[in-house]
Design a binder for this molecule. Structure first.
Ligand SMILES: [Zn+2]
Length: 76
């Protein structure tokens, strides 16, 4: 079995806490905040790292957001 080793991108810390947090995502020079994303928070510098489930949620949100802005979205 492959061990999943966490290492912080900023401080290279290896200790983290799993939690749900609001994550800001930059889209077309604006910031979209995705709520309740599964993340690993570095205990040293408090940098947030979305888990694979968290990344999937962000991608789903961005997909819905893009659809909402597109002309193909069904009109009422
Ligand atoms: Zn860190």
């Amino acid at each position: 079995m492959k061990k999943n080793i966490f290492q912080c991108e900023k401080c290279a810390g290896e200790k983290y806490k799993s939690k749900f947090a609001s994550v800001p995502v930059n889209v077309a020079n604006r910031t979209l905040v995705v709520n309740r994303v599964a993340v690993k928070e570095c205990l040293n510098c408090h940098n947030l790292h979305p888990t694979s489930a968290g990344e999937a949620k962000i991608n789903r949100c961005l997909g819905s957001f893009a659809l909402l802005l597109s002309d193909n979205f069904p009109k009422l």
